[in-house]
Design a protein around this ligand. Structure first.
Ligand code: NAD
Ligand code: TYD
Length: 361
């Protein structure tokens, strides 16, 4: 039975990935999920897996060398899928340090622990061992608003935020292990994900949550920045396909072919809520275009991201399957059906975060 070590599996993409993998492989695989449970990690995302013999949760910091080494020593790990990171640009602008700590140094700890466990005396690696580093398209910087330029795997890195700079650094560390030691790894650079279990500091769940509560919908700058949105299950599938079918040592861009301006996203969310909320739902009267509030722009705000997923299509035959209209409806329905989840994650520290982040805007 193949054993996976997933880092950051209690976060948004990691938890969706774990669900995807158990749906696909069921009892053919074993997953060990290592997560520090920061504000972004939530075991509720995985509560339906409790009691499964082939799933284990370990609470640990990826920067803790001994804790990570111990996991490798006690388990014959075949695959590492490394999601754990500080992931929010706005937080990185306020507090960059933890981004370098977790994203750069934590990745180094993961690489060293895997290298130590997998390396043979002659410097080659045990057959079949693979490490996948999950990264972002934000490492490539910002594209002009021309609708025809794209990020390719060969696009030079030009990160602007402390978040993207820390992810770029981690990508280079992984690349250096591939180039120096022939370490068996892949890097994936993916566009903005959306779907269930996303923490409401990111645009889509924040807008859904605020609209339902009749709170302002903060739009940074002119609202015309463009992101390339990918449904999270399509990303999970892409990760699995890269790890099983990609060429070791290669990087792959994973994108949704789905560019939208932020203001379009907000309009779509409002229209969808008005369409699917029943008339007798008291939240429906809160949902209004009047809630849209243009606020001060994000510092260093990247204008446009757009991935060309040509290489992953050509080599592995992966392509996005969920069109945005379908994906956003599924996502909104999930949030409507899981209001307790939202209540839990927005209690406590979230209130303080929200006040700090938006009070002056
Ligand atoms: P997230 O913030 O929802 O989850 C991150 C998880 O990592 C949380 O469970 C958190 O507890 C855990 N974590 C943080 N620091 C840790 C540490 N020191 N040790 C152990 N665990 C720690 O993030 P996400 O949106 O699920 O993103 C996952 C990965 O995908 C990240 O590497 C991110 O850079 C990348 N990515 C995200 C997107 C996106 O749109 N969300 C797009 C492209 C790439
Ligand atoms: P976000 O979800 O934070 O992802 P990223 O910065 O990694 O792309 O933001 C997506 C876009 O939405 C980005 O252009 C910033 C913008 N945005 C707002 O306009 N208002 C908000 O309250 C947030 C959180 C984001």
């Amino acid at each position: 039975m193949r054993t996976y070590l997933v880092t950051g599996g209690a976060g948004f993409i990691g938890s969706n990935y774990i669900h995807y993998m158990f749906r696909k492989y069921d009892n053919e695989i074993r997953i060990i999920n290592v997560d520090k449970l920061t504000y972004a990690g939530n075991l509720e995302n995985l509560k339906d897996l409790e009691g499964r013999d082939n799933y284990t949760f370990v609470k640990a910091d990826i920067c803790d060398k001994e804790a990570i080494r111990k996991i490798f020593a006690e388990n014959d790990i075949d695959r590492v899928v490394h999601f754990a990171a500080e992931s929010h640009v706005d937080r990185s602008i306020k507090n960059p340090e933890v981004f370098v700590q977790t994203n750069v140094l934590g990745t180094l700890v993961m690489l060293n622990a895997a290298k130590e466990a997998w390396e043979l005396p002659d410097g080659t690696f045990k057959e079949g061992k693979k490490f996948l580093h999950v990264s972002t398209d934000e490492v490539y910087g910002s594209l002009p608003d021309d609708g025809k330029s794209y990020f390719y795997e060969t696009t030079p890195y030009d990160p602007h935020s402390p978040y993207s700079a820390s992810k770029a650094s981690s990508d280079f560390i992984v690349k250096s292990y591939i180039d120096t030691y022939k370490f068996p790894a892949n890097i994936t650079n993916t566009s903005n994900n959306y779907g269930p279990y996303q923490f409401p500091e990111k645009l889509i769940p924040l807008i859904i949550n605020n609209a339902l509560a009749g709170k302002d919908l903060p739009v940074y700058g002119d609202g015309k920045n463009i992101r390339d949105w990918l449904y999270v299950d399509d990303h999970a599938k892409g990760i699995d396909m890269v790890q099983e079918m990609g060429q070791l040592g290669q990087k792959y861009n994973i994108g949704g072919h789905n560019e939208r301006r932020n203001i379009q996203i907000i309009h779509t969310i409002l229209d969808t809520l008005l369409e699917i909320l029943p008339d007798d739902d008291p939240r429906k009267k809160n949902v209004s275009y009047d809630l849209i509030k243009y606020v001060e722009d994000r510092k260093g705000h990247d204008r446009r991201y757009a991935i060309a997923p040509d290489k992953i299509k050509a080599e592995i035959d992966w392509e996005p399957e969920t069109c945005f209209e379908e994906g956003i409806k599924k996502t909104i329905k999930w949030y409507l059906d899981n209001q307790d989840w939202m209540k839990n994650v927005t209690s406590g520290d979230y209130q303080k975060y929200y006040k700090d982040m938006y009070q002056d805007k």
